[in-house]
Structures are given as C-alpha cells and as structure tokens.
Ligand binder design. Structure first.
Ligand code: FDA
Length: 384
C-alpha cells in the first residue's frame, strides 16, 4: 500500500479533502489530468473568486434530498472557510447578498489551498489521467498507486474546455453507485425566433424578478444575442425543465406606475413612460411589442391593465439552454441516497467517497457551490 488516501481531482473539493486528510496524518496522493490545480477557482467570480456566502444554509441548495447537505455545511461552515482565508491574510470584501470575494485575485485562494496541502505533505501529481481503477483486497488502484480509500472529486461536465469531464459518473457506475441524471445549471437560456426583438437589444441588463414555476429570484437579467442571461436568469435556470415558461417582472407596481405617468404627463406616450423605469432600448422594444399608440391621457384603465400585465409577466419560452459549454455548474450527480451525509462515503463500497460538484447537491449562484466543495471536502478529508 503506497498511500492512505488517493484523491481524484485537484479542484476546490479535492484540494480541501487532500489538505484536511494530510494534516490529520494520512499519506495522501492528489491526482489531476490538468496542468495546474484549481483551474475553475482561477476563473471564478470574474477572477476574484466568490469563495463563500455568509447566508449559506441548506435552503440555498438543490438536491433530491434537500437535507443531505446539512451535516457537512454545519461541520465546516462559511465562517470556518473565512477564518482560513484570514489566516492566510487574503484581503476580502462582501459584494452583495452575502457574497464574499477576494480583493486581489482568485490565484490567492488556489495558492492557499496548495499551501494547506503542503502542510499536510500531500503529493500532488498533475497531468495524470485516471485510467482504469482497480479494486480488490480492500485497496483501490489508480494510475499505478494503491490506497484503502479513494475520494472522487472530479466535479461535473460543466465547461469541458476547463478540463471538466463526467468521469465521476463512470466511476459511480463501475461501483454500482446510483446517479441522479445530470443537467446543466446556472446556465443562460436560448430563445426562439419569436424573441428576435430582444436579441436585438443584446447587452441590455435591468433588475427583474425572474420566475420559473414557484421559484423566483430578484436580481439582474441580461439580454444576449442568443437569449437571456444575468444572475436572476442563471438562478432560475437551475429549476427549469424543458417547456417551462420563464416569467420576468420588470416593474413591480406597474399599474400604479402607469396611472401616475398618465396623471403627471398625460400627453406622453408609453415609450417615454417606460424609459423612466427601464433602459431606453428595452423600453423601445417593449413599447413596440405592446403596441399602445395613443397618448396616455387617451388610454383607458383597461388598456393600462393590459400594458401592466406585460410589465409584470413578460413571458419567454426558452428553446433550451446554452448547455454544459456555458453552465457554471452541473445539477444532479451521485445520488445522496448512496452516501453518508457525515463522511460522503458510499454506503455500499467501503473506502469510496464522492464530494463537491460530482454529488447531487447544487448551490444557488453566489459562493454556495464553493462552500459545498469546502464543506463536503472537509467532511471526507477528516473521515479518511
Ligand atoms: P472542479 O471542477 O473544481 O474540480 C474537478 C477537478 O477534477 C478539476 O481540477 C479537473 O481537472 C479534474 N478532473 C476532471 N476530470 C478528470 C479526469 N478524467 N481525470 C483527472 N482529473 C479530472 N462557484 C462559486 O461558489 N463561486 C464562484 O464565484 C463561482 N464562479 C464560477 C465561474 C465559472 C466560470 C464556473 C465554470 C464555475 C463557477 N463556480 C463558482 C462553480 C465552482 O467552480 C464549482 O462549483 C466548483 O469548482 C466545484 O468544485 P469541484 O472540486 O467539485 O470540481
């Protein structure tokens, strides 16, 4: 036996698990096919890494079992990770909605995790494919190394050009561990030809309430040349199923706003009234679409009600999403039914652990996904 633990994947979760196990005294090998560790950390948060969220709680995660994440999140919290950031003297700030970012660069977070791995004497082997995994006599054999414990931290297939693969699901299949069908999440929508006018205002963004079914988020939406993006849209995309409409509220008290506009500027037209509350180009597209030609003074309450309905229920029928190529994360994954919520160990295969994005636990946008990587990584690393 060469090692006590082999960790597959030197991303957020794998680095955390390896450092935790190593510092507890385990001999740890950390493998990755990439040429450097933590590549997704480096591109995260616009290069500043939104490394956690002060509001982290189970309700901010999607999973077939919404209770599964509670134990790991409670044992290694957002405050524990923040304390680690502060121990490494990384300056940080809260941007909005509890989202914590580095003041400097995401590179600091990777350097911190690599340093934590060195403190645990973790051997990091990069540029190393996983290949066939052997298992017998209580040992896992990978890439010429053996260990009684193996932690799968290879993430999901989102952003393949960053080295992402679905290998975690193949490993799960090899060991008979069930997988909840994966799907792209935190992903922009594509729109059909009926929404051409909105594609023409690509680059325009505005605050909205975005809704899919009963789920809604108040953040910005962005019109793109292919469809819809921006934080509010990415958030609801995780809850979207093919065929679901996406409904945007652009002006909360639209009827009140229109009556007020009619009273204050009776000679004005809809476009002018809308541009008081919305970006000009969006106001123009909406006014054309709604088609209220006359001055507001000549518009009845019933006509204003019809306009208000457009502003509170602007409805899109996405043709799909931008898929894994643009998805920030993958929803679904290794079924939580098959794992211990305390240690992340597979119930049916002793010594086999799954952590991070590979598991069917997916956070909202805003630092929650990294917190899940840290918490699940810590849970497995301290059990190994
Ligand atoms: P992760 O994908 O980080 O790591 C998996 C590792 O396994 C990689 O190093 C990969 O090379 C390796 N691997 C995969 N297949 C392999 C194979 N076949 N052989 C060997 N190695 C293999 N989240 C957040 O909380 N705040 C944020 O600011 C952002 N920002 C953000 C921006 C962008 C553009 C993206 C794409 C994603 C984010 N995220 C985010 C999400 C976050 O990056 C994600 O949730 C975590 O990186 C997941 O960590 P894991 O360690 O599970 O997987």
């Amino acid at each position: 036996m060469d090692y006590d633990v082999i960790v597959l994947g030197a991303g957020a979760a794998g680095l955390m698990a390896a450092a935790t196990a190593g510092q507890a005294g385990a001999r740890v090998l950390l493998l990755d096919h990439a040429d450097r560790p933590g590549k997704k950390i480096l591109i995260s948060g616009g290069g500043r890494c939104n490394f956690t969220n002060t509001g982290t709680e189970a309700g901010c995660f999607l999973s077939e079992n919404p209770h599964f994440c509670k134990s790991a999140l409670a044992r290694y919290t957002q405050w524990d990770f923040l304390a680690l950031i502060e121990r490494h003297r990384i300056a940080w700030h809260e941007k909005t909605l509890g989202q914590l970012f580095c003041d400097g660069s995401a590179r600091q977070v990777v350097a911190m995790l690599v340093d934590e791995c060195s403190r645990g004497a973790v051997e990091i082997r990069l540029g190393t494919g996983i290949g066939d995994i052997g298992h017998g006599d209580g040992l896992f054999r990978v890439a010429g190394a053996t260990a009684p414990r193996m932690v799968v931290a290879t993430g999901g297939p989102s952003i393949p050009k960053m080295g992402a693969t679905g290998i975690a699901y193949r490993i799960a299949a090899r060991f008979g561990v069930p997988v909840v069908t994966p799907r792209p999440a935190l992903v922009p929508f594509t729109l059909g030809p009926d929404a051409k006018a909105f594609r023409d205002i690509s680059g325009v963004s505005c605050p909205v309430t975005a809704r899919v079914g009963p789920t809604s988020f108040d953040e910005a939406a962005l019109f793109t040349h292919r469809g819809l993006s921006g934080p509010a849209i990415l958030q609801v995309s995780s809850f979207w199923k093919a065929g679901d409409p996406v409904v945007l509220t652009l002006v909360e008290n639209a009827m009140e706003m229109l009556r007020e506009a009619r009273r204050k500027a009776p000679r004005s037209r809809l476009r002018a009234a809308l541009s008081e509350h919305l970006p000009n180009r969006l106001a123009e597209v909406l006014a054309d679409r709604i088609g209220l030609e006359q001055e507001l003074a000549n518009s009845s309450d019933a006509e204003l009600e019809r306009v208000a309905r457009h502003l509170t229920h602007l409805t899109f029928h996405p043709t799909g999403t931008e898929g894994y190529a643009k998805a920030e994360v993958t929803a679904g994954g290794i079924s939580t039914d098959a794992l211990s919520s305390r240690t992340m160990e597979a119930k049916a295969v002793r010594g086999l652990y799954f952590i991070g994005e590979a598991v069917d636990v997916t956070g909202w946008l805003g630092g929650y996904n990294f917190q899940w990587a840290w918490s699940s990584g810590w849970a497995a690393g301290s059990a190994c």
